[in-house]
Design a protein around this ligand. Sequence first.
Ligand SMILES: [Zn+2]
Length: 257
Amino acid sequence: MASPPHLPPARLTPEQRRAAERRLAEVLGGHLGTALRIRLGRSRTQPVQTRREGELWEVRLHEAFATAEPDALEALAGWLRSGRRARKASRALDAWLEDHVWSLPSARRRVAAGTPRGEVHDLEALASDLWSGFLEGGLDDDRRPTLEWGPRRASRSRGGLRLGSWDQATNRVRLHPVLDSGEVPAWFVRAVLVHELLHALHPPIRDARGHWRPHHARFQAAERRWPDHERARAYERANIRALVRRARALGPSPEAP
Ligand SMILES: [Zn+2]
């Protein structure tokens, strides 16, 4: 396949995206002889993801596939059918991804504040098994908080840093973007998530003097049951100054051109 210097694809309008998803579902479904649902997204690290929902295959693709040539789609279909066993298709697909996705000028994934998906840590993924495990029976689906990263902007704080928050009114858990870093281990991000989700599970109570107490006895007892709780407190103590420093230097993510 030729590899001209590629410009990043223009952002698709919602209509263009839906039309491209339909067309790709038709073409790939034709190759594979099965019904597919296509979702176009912007993940560069996982430009092709598949999952089966009963009879239906859902395939998430980088939106560069919206303008992929027929031979690239054929390679993709070969890979979907047989994975790495389809050697020729795999090589062709890798080459296509290299030219059209991995080599796009902005090396960093575009990350929108207000979504659970960070540059490094995906909050939905980190929380995914909590509701069937540690927090099981805690909250019905429709009462579970939405998860999001806070906006990337420099913090003015010199002292403490609010690593996470739960907003009772909007039922939203928000984590500080300084945690969305390869230097911060996933287990720690998860411990911060657990802390905030426990706030949703055990909302603040009013003490005898009328003060709201978020970290009341039941909350603390629940949090102590989290296996990484002590380790997370120690990590926070050891790293909070470095986190504050990094938060002060945070700037917005470079926009995708
Ligand atoms: Zn708290």
